[in-house]
Ligand binder design. Structure first.
Ligand code: NAI
Ligand code: MG
Length: 358
């Protein structure tokens, strides 16, 4: 038959990760039943903090090799109260991002119908952004170290690395995203007034790459001023590109302005498709609500849309996004966005909407 098959590695990991990824896999299953033209072959990996407690590592030594021949990775969250965050993060999520050179992190943000925004007098349509985060170097390159540990003269360095190759490729990717969107508009975020080496190079490379995209309007913003613009003038922004650290912070703000971290998705992309890309909700393992059955699955659903898009299953992606919006408009939502529904109820409603749609 002409059925397309995609191999998915599911890594639910910690806290509410298994709850929202489990819900996401049910929704993906429903999409496959709804339209027979593609099939997902899902393999589950039990890596994360439980694995760490048993084996002293977050994933096996050959973990990346086990993932390599998949078409995409569907990831939950890492983090446990009894294990330091830098151990869980550097033990699983970052090695995947870096090992597979997923240098473009893509974070769409929109106010969904029925989801209240903390911004006064704003709603659907006022905020529609894609934040592109440099995901391979910059402030999170891991360069640095500590000497004279514990002594008064202890010193620690955390060196931000910006390479011409790294900045050029993320800039080109961001211009391409901007070009693909209705408004064809890109805002380049830096802190080039205070940081006069790496950030000034960003601005220069932005100007160079912009010449390849004459139809994209672009401007620059300093990261501190950017927080104000996002909050007070959200409609002036469309596509945004920023460094690893800056975009990390700005996208949490974006998630909050759009209603909740529980709805915010993200994709870690290798644009050259040499390796599997990874799709995940932005939120962490949320131990405060783990096991209560009230985790918002919308971020995990929305990132499944990103995954389907990446796999070329555009129809299924659009169908799922419509189902999410239908359910949100109907007010079927979890407590983090002001509703009273459980994860189960939101998931069932989205599955029903998938079958109810044309
Ligand atoms: P968090 O994102 O886990 O939670 C922040 C707040 O948002 C909590 O009150 C939580 O209940 C709420 N929340 C998050 N996702 C939600 C959802 N889907 N539905 C409803 N409410 C939701 O961030 P936090 O508390 O700072 O970190 C907890 C752990 O997660 C830490 O160990 C941290 O290192 C880790 N973490 C992991 C990330 C990842 O795997 N990509 C990202 C962020 C944090
Ligand atoms: Mg973050």
């Amino acid at each position: 038959s002409g059925q397309r098959t995609h191999k998915i590695a599911a890594i639910p990991a910690d806290g509410i990760g298994p709850e929202v990824i489990g819900a996401g896999l049910e929704v993906l299953e429903a999409l496959q039943r709804r339209s027979d033209d593609f099939r997902l072959e899902v393999k589950q990996f039990d890596w994360g903090s439980d694995y760490f407690r048993k084996h002293g590592r977050m994933m096996p030594e050959d973990g990346l090799d086990q993932l390599r021949d998949h078409d995409a990775i569907y990831f939950g969250a890492v983090g446990a109260p009894d294990i330091p965050d830098h151990v869980t993060l550097w033990g699983l999520r970052l090695p995947i991002c870096q090992g597979f050179d997923q240098y473009a992190n893509v974070r769409p943000t929109r106010i969904l119908p029925g989801i209240p925004t903390p911004l006064r007098d704003r709603g659907v349509g006022d905020l529609d952004w894609v934040i592109v985060r440099e995901n391979s170097e910059g402030e999170y390159s891991g360069h640095g170290g500590r000497a004279h540990r514990g002594l008064p003269e202890e010193v620690a360095t955390e060196v931000a690395i910006f390479t011409r190759v790294g900045v050029t490729r993320i800039m080109r990717f961001a211009f391409q995203i901007a070009q693909s969107r209705l408004r064809k508009q890109l805002t380049v975020v830096t802190k080039s007034n205070a940081q006069r080496h790496g950030m000034v190079m960003w601005d220069e490379i932005a100007a160079e790459v912009s010449r390849e995209f004459p139809d994209v309007r672009w401007d620059k913003a300093l990261v501190d001023a950017m927080t104000v613009r996002m909050t007070l003038h959200p409609e002036t922004l469309d596509t945004v590109v920023a460094t690893n650290l800056h975009a990390d912070i700005l996208s949490d703000l974006a998630g909050a302005l759009a209603g909740s971290l529980g709805v915010a998705p993200t994709a870690n992309i290798d644009p050259e498709r040499r390796f599997p890309s990874m799709f995940e909700p932005i939120h962490g393992s949320a131990f405060d609500i783990t096991g209560k059955g009230i985790a918002n699955p919308v971020a995990a659903f929305w990132t499944a849309c990103q995954m389907l898009d990446h796999l070329g299953e555009t129809d299924a992606s659009i169908r799922l996004m419509k189902a999410i919006e239908t359910v949100c408009s109907a007010g079927i939502s979890t407590p983090d966005v002001g509703g009273t529904a459980t994860t189960r109820e939101v998931t069932d409603a989205v599955i029903n909407a998938i079958f109810g749609s044309n």
